[in-house]
Design a protein around this ligand. Structure first.
Ligand code: PLP
Length: 218
């Protein structure tokens, strides 16, 4: 599937469920993709991208930003505290704020730098041991803690467990966002972005359906 086709699918689903056209934005997840594929999507005019590793993003996006105006970059992978500063310099949105220690670190660096990326809290809706994110039962308290530290929480993000119906997880994320007055919802990937649009996603994160399969070095 190409970029244009995915954008069309998103618009079709918005129309089908009665959402405003353009209310779901498409994050092109460029992690691990060969540079020429990323450049091709930039040349098509797309400007919103996601990366899951700080180091990898640092290796390609400063150069790409110098060549293309108006790029917006989201961090969608786990963030170690010792990489927080670099992430805050590199990304426009950090989607993976998920623990008090990281919130305190980001708040401190925000005070030093006088600026901060937009922040989303990652929720581990499936309460999976191996997955990052705050558990749903602790989300309200954690969001309140972040706000007390002076951090604005603009969105929630989730990655549903493989093999479960994602719509239930998207609905849970939407519910937590609504009761905490959080406007943005980052949910849905290549296999389920239409269902995320139906549940109110304001961002979907699509990688392989745009760029083709990721090729990892083994
Ligand atoms: C890789 C990744 C995606 C994109 O996955 P695809 O299945 O290739 O669309 C979305 N979200 C996160 C957090 C990812 O790490």
């Amino acid at each position: 599937m190409a970029l244009a086709e995915i954008l069309q699918n998103i618009r079709d689903e918005e129309a089908r469920v009665g959402r405003a056209p353009g209310s779901t934005r498409l994050i092109a997840v460029s992690k691990v993709q060969p540079l020429e594929r990323v450049v091709a999507v930039l040349d098509e005019g797309h400007r919103l991208f996601g990366e899951n590793k700080v180091q990898e993003a640092a290796g390609k996006w400063p150069d790409l930003r110098a060549r293309y105006d108006g790029v917006t970059l989201h961090l969608i992978g786990p963030l170690q505290t010792n990489k927080a500063r670099q992430a805050m310099e590199l990304f426009d949105v950090i989607e993976t704020l998920d623990r008090p220690k990281l919130a305190r670190t980001i708040a401190r660096i925000k005070d030093e730098m006088g600026q901060c990326p937009r922040l989303f809290v990652q929720v581990n809706t499936g309460e999976e041991e191996q997955k990052a994110g705050i558990s749903p039962g602790e989300a309200d308290t954690f969001i309140a803690e972040c706000r007390e530290l002076g951090l604005e929480i603009d969105g929630l993000m989730c990655i549903p467990p493989a093999g479960e119906e994602p719509s239930l997880h998207f609905a849970l994320l939407a519910k937590i966002a609504a009761r905490n007055d959080i406007p943005e919802l980052s949910m849905g990937m290549s296999g389920d972005f239409e269902r995320a649009v139906a549940q109110g996603a304001t961002y979907v994160r699509v990688g392989s359906a745009i760029f083709g399969d990721r090729v990892y070095d083994t």
